[in-house]
Design a binder for this molecule. Structure first.
Ligand SMILES: *[C@@H]1O[C@H](CO)[C@@H](O)[C@H](O)[C@H]1NC(C)=O
Ligand SMILES: *[C@@H]1O[C@H](CO)[C@@H](O)[C@H](O)[C@H]1NC(C)=O
Ligand SMILES: *[C@@H]1O[C@H](CO)[C@@H](O)[C@H](O)[C@H]1NC(C)=O
Ligand SMILES: *[C@@H]1O[C@H](CO)[C@@H](O)[C@H](O)[C@H]1NC(C)=O
Ligand SMILES: *[C@@H]1O[C@H](CO)[C@@H](O)[C@H](O)[C@H]1NC(C)=O
Ligand SMILES: *[C@@H]1O[C@H](CO)[C@@H](O)[C@H](O)[C@H]1NC(C)=O
Length: 457
């Protein structure tokens, strides 16, 4: 088993020269996404990488899409991982000494990279929202932006222009239970429920809770969908209109559409920013063969999607890792974390096995303190990489695609795209680089997550 590196240069996250597609020739002021469609009765939303988002319509000057640097991507990724670790604390030693515990915020930093476009209100207005299995609330910026709004690609949603918008009242059960999704206790203003969510990087949204018609496709319209109507928003959302949380919380879209789609959804993340992936609600098509692993019964991970990792193979050989390494840490799968984080002992054993399969290629310097194993493959367009596979409970083997094996910093520096956690007690996170092109189905009532190879490009 070996992967050809030939495809890597075309499929890695080489965004630097990416022009916002629809601005070419200046014909359009912003990206017009392809319409979402219906496949065998299931709403199928197009998924784009954030780098595809064009500058906000009132953005002065540049015609280039906002393209974060590798340094920024990886720094925000570490901040996100830190916020997940502070929410899931496995260490009994620390838990006993509660004063040393970091503050547990309900909100996980949203460095999330992928967005979908939905319609909100009547008549419907299109909005591009980051989707994220580590987030719980759906929110969008709302007029009249009484605090402040950052610039976004589409016009800001105006609830007063929607005939189907309703405020959520303070005494409703929805309001009173909203803190698990927002991370803060709700407030009350003129009998309307207010919410506030602050993220680890200083980004924040606050406003009213409301409900309105959510249009996924022309025939899939969810009435009375509860979301945050943010009138005071700041942060690094880079032109998206807000967020769509897919986590395990009563307020997430997954729970709110339980009647329609039975808390089952799947996605496929595209290998480059110029390709389109998909986010589908409802059970997967019979024609797609998924291998299922049970959701973990580890209580710590229950607001996330927990998995039980059993091991790692490198080019078909099982890496020697004590099983207790996995059970001590636990594992979650997350669409918003970029780089997979492993327990320190699992990482070093896997890395050493990978290095043994790469001895014929010249090494490159490490990338800061983030990536310690890098290669200069600029002279080896056809290099073959050892295949890394993740093994999950239920004998499920998920091979990491070639696009997710190395992270290309520059032409002469491609780094093993995994990182160790700081502590053996920190939860392992199966991140989105290692999920590229793989179909991932989340089946809450079936208590399982499934994987299928090569579902998208
Ligand atoms: C908006 O939020 C910021 C903090 O994010 C706060 O300082 C400011 O007072 C808020 N403004 C209003 C009008 O609520
Ligand atoms: C929702 O509540 C806010 C604050 O009380 C108010 O300004 C707005 O007019 C209300 N909207 C509707 C449709 O009731
Ligand atoms: C991986 O295994 C295949 C055979 O399954 C072998 O041909 C290839 O050389 C191995 N690659 C490395 C890098 O060890
Ligand atoms: C890489 O493989 C392609 C297709 O097999 C071939 O055309 C090309 O010459 C190879 N390049 C090198 C440097 O070996
Ligand atoms: C693995 O899955 C089985 C159910 O299929 C479950 O009973 C067991 O607890 C799971 N856990 C671990 C750690 O493998
Ligand atoms: C790698 O490429 C960069 C930019 O092209 C260059 O500045 C650097 O010197 C190269 N490093 C090595 C080790 O060749």
């Amino acid at each position: 088993m070996a992967l050809s590196f030939r495809f890597l240069f075309s499929s890695s996250l080489l965004l630097l020269s990416l022009l916002c597609a629809s601005n070419k020739g200046g014909a359009h002021r912003y990206l017009k996404p392809k319409p979402n469609n219906v496949i065998d009765g299931r709403p199928n939303l197009n998924v784009y990488h954030k780098a595809k988002l064009c500058p906000p319509h009132d953005h002065p000057g540049t015609h280039k899409a906002y393209v974060p640097s590798h340094e920024e991507i990886l720094r925000l990724d570490q901040d996100r991982v830190d916020s997940i670790h502070s929410k899931i604390s496995n260490s009994n030693a620390i838990a006993k000494d509660s004063t040393t515990l970091p503050a547990k915020s309900g909100a996980i930093l949203n460095s999330g990279n992928y967005f979908v476009t939905i319609g909100l209100g009547t008549p419907k207005k299109e909005l591009s929202l980051i989707f994220d299995t580590g987030s719980f609330l759906a929110w969008t910026q709302c007029e009249p932006c009484s605090g402040s709004c950052y610039r976004q690609q589409e016009p800001i949603f105006d609830p007063s222009a929607s005939t189907s918008y309703n405020n959520i009242t303070c005494n409703s059960a929805t309001c009173q239970s909203s803190s698990s999704a927002t991370g803060t206790q709700p407030g009350c203003s003129d009998s309307t429920c207010t919410y506030a969510t602050a993220y680890g990087d200083g980004s924040a949204t606050a406003g009213f809770l409301g409900n309105d018609a959510l249009t996924l496709t022309d025939t899939d319209i969810v009435s009375n969908f509860v979301f945050g109507c943010g009138e005071n928003n700041t942060g690094l959302f880079h032109g998206t209109a807000g967020l769509l949380g897919l986590g395990r919380d009563p307020l997430s879209i997954v729970s709110q559409t339980a009647q329609e789609y039975n808390q089952v959804f799947s996605y496929c993340l595209p290998s480059t920013a110029s390709l389109t992936g998909s986010l589908t609600f409802g059970s997967p098509l019979a024609s797609q063969s998924f291998s299922y692993t049970p959701l973990s019964s580890n209580q710590q991970t229950t607001s996330f999607y927990g998995l039980d990792t059993k091991g790692i193979t490198v080019n078909g050989t099982t890496v020697n890792i004590d099983p207790s390494v996995w059970s001590t840490a636990g594992t979650i799968i997350d669409s918003g974390t970029v780089i997979t984080r492993l327990p320190p002992d699992a990482y070093s054993a896997m890395r050493d096995a990978f290095k043994q399969g790469m001895t014929q290629y010249p090494t490159a310097p490490p990338y800061g303190s983030f990536f310690d194993t890098c290669y200069d493959l600029s002279e080896y367009p056809n290099a073959t990489l050892p295949v890394i596979s993740l093994l999950f409970n239920g004998s499920v083997t998920v091979p990491v695609p070639v696009s997710g094996t190395l992270y290309q910093i520059q032409n002469n520096q491609s780094c093993l795209a995994f990182a160790p956690n700081g502590s053996p007690n920190d939860v392992a996170i199966y991140g989105n680089q290692q999920q590229l092109t793989i179909g991932v189905v989340y089946d809450v009532p079936g208590n399982q997550v499934g994987f299928a190879n090569n579902v998208c490009q």
